[in-house]
Structure formats: structure tokens, C-alpha cells
Ligand binder design. Structure first.
Ligand SMILES: Nc1ncnc2c1ncn2[C@@H]1O[C@H](COP(=O)(O)OP(=O)(O)OP(=O)(O)O)[C@@H](O)[C@H]1O
Length: 231
């Protein structure tokens, strides 16, 4: 029931990957694959392990057991941060840089020429309805605007894996729609995979594939199709 075209490239794979924080089982033996072009929602109660799963996918967190690999991503996201971009729950903008400088910074760090980086940053801001705020400082933004700038910063890099952790939590309905549309549009136009952790059923319904987490256990197929085997 995948509505978006899906490539054969496996951008991420986990085999019985587990992640513990002391006695807390955040992710328990997750086995999954993310292919180019897939648009996936990860839903589940607070504390069920969604953020930890996204961090495993981004290479920001190593599993305590099991394995994570990025077979066809074109590199290792732990070394090349342009391959997998994550939009965090709390936007993390640099206070001393204005909006467009924040968005172009990762591109400059990755070696993009300044003019190209600025053009990409302005294009990404425009897609999120933020073109008029390019010269603002982060302290002059609302929480929702800052979240959209952080989203633009992730999309400007044109990553092959776009990860978003509750990207619409602080936003009103219309702005949330705009952010999700920008995420889906960016993934579709570049053939990237998109993985969105969300509590919002309407947002999850816009993504073709739905995964569910509960107590650290990942379910990657609809319950009625579950045979006990992972995808
Ligand atoms: N750095 C950490 N140190 C200790 N415990 C952690 C850490 N990160 C996550 N946890 C714990 O791991 C479990 C899973 O957390 P995680 O943030 O992945 O859940 P979540 O589903 O994303 O929650 P939410 O929807 O509230 O963001 C929780 O019990 C959480 O308290």
C-alpha cells in the first residue's frame, strides 16, 4: 500500500538492534529497512522509543546489540552529516547567526560554495513560507517559526534520508500541514526516504507507510498482516 514510488536502494537497515539507557529498554531488537523513496510515519506513545529509533537511523546513537547499516546511502552518516538530516523536536538554531546563515551553515561546512549555499538556503526557506524572515535573528522568531527554519536547514542539504522527530508538535494546524507538505515534497523531488515520528494521526495518514512503536518494540507492518516475521 505504498503510494509513493520506491527505489530498490536500501538506505538503512537494522538487524535486531537494541538500545538501552541503564535499565530502560528504549529500542528492543528492531529489525527494519528503509528504502529510497519510502515515506514512513513512526507512531507510538510518549517514551515508546521513536526518538531513539530516529537517532539509530541517523547514526547519532549506536545500538548496544544488533546492527545498523546504511548499505546504499553512499557513505557513512556518522562521518558525512549531509547524507542523513534530522529535524529535532526542539529547534537548535545558533543564536548569533541570522536565519539564512543558520540554514546555509551545514552546506558551507560540507564545502558548498557560498553563493550556492545561500541560494539553496533561500530556496528551502521559501518552500516553508519563511522567505520574509531570512534576515531575522533566532531570538526574533516564534517557536513555530524556529521549528520551520530548522526544517529548512535539514532540507537545504538535500539529504537522502530525511528524519523528522515530532516536527509539528509546536505548530498550528495550517503551519503543520505546510511543514509536512515541504517534507514530503523535498523527499519526493529528490527520491530521498522520509521518516517522521509523530503523535498526530492526520500527519501519519499523509505518509504511505506506518510503523508503530510500543515499549521499545517496533512493528513495521499492519497488525492484520503480521505473521511474526519482520519485513
Ligand atoms: N539519553 C537518555 N538517557 C536515559 N534515558 C533515555 C535517554 N533517551 C531516551 N531515554 C528513555 O528511553 C525511552 C524511549 O525514549 P524516546 O525519547 O526514544 O521515546 P519517544 O517515543 O520518542 O517519546 P516522545 O514521544 O515523548 O518523544 C524513554 O523511557 C526515555 O525516558
Amino acid at each position: 500500500m505504498t503510494a509513493n514510488p520506491v527505489g530498490t536502494a536500501t538506505l538503512f537497515a537494522a538487524a535486531r538492534a537494541s538500545c538501552w539507557f541503564g535499565p530502560v529498554r528504549a529500542v528492543h531488537e528492531a529489525t527494519c529497512a528503509i528504502r529510497a523513496g519510502q515515506h514512513i510515519a513512526v507512531t507510538g506513545p510518549s517514551g515508546s522509543g521513536k526518538s531513539t529509533l530516529l537517532h539509530l537511523v541517523a547514526g547519532l546513537q549506536a545500538p548496544n546489540s544488533g546492527s545498523v547499516t546504511w548499505p546504499d546511502l553512499g557513505g557513512d552518516p556518522r562521518r558525512d552529516r549531509t547524507l542523513a538530516a534530522i529535524v529535532f523536536q526542539a529547534p537548535s538554531l545558533l543564536d548569533s547567526l541570522d536565519v539564512v546563515q543558520n540554514v546555509q551553515l551545514p552546506l558551507l561546512l560540507a564545502g558548498t560554495a557560498p553563493d550556492d549555499a545561500r541560494a539553496s538556503a533561500l530556496g528551502a526557506l521559501d518552500k516553508l513560507g519563511l522567505a520574509g524572515l531570512a534576515a531575522r535573528m533566532p531570538a526574533e522568531l516564534s517557536g513555530g517559526q524556529a521549528q520551520r527554519v530548522a526544517t529548512a536547514r535539514a532540507l537545504a542539504m538535500r539529504p537522502r534520508l530525511i528524519l523528522a522527530d515530532e516536527p509539528t508538535g509546536q505548530l498550528d494546524h495550517d503551519t503543520a500541514e505546510q511543514v509536512v507538505t515541504a517534507l514530503i515534497g523535498a523527499a519526493t523531488s529528490t527520491g530521498a526516504a522520509l521518516l517522521v515520528a509523530t503523535h498526530d494521526k492526520e500527519i501519519a495518514a499523509r505518509l504511505a507507510i506506518r510503523w508503530r512503536m510500543r515499549d521499545g518494540v517496533l512493528r513495521t507492518r499492519p497488525r492484520h498482516l503480521d505473521t511474526g516475521e519482520d519485513e
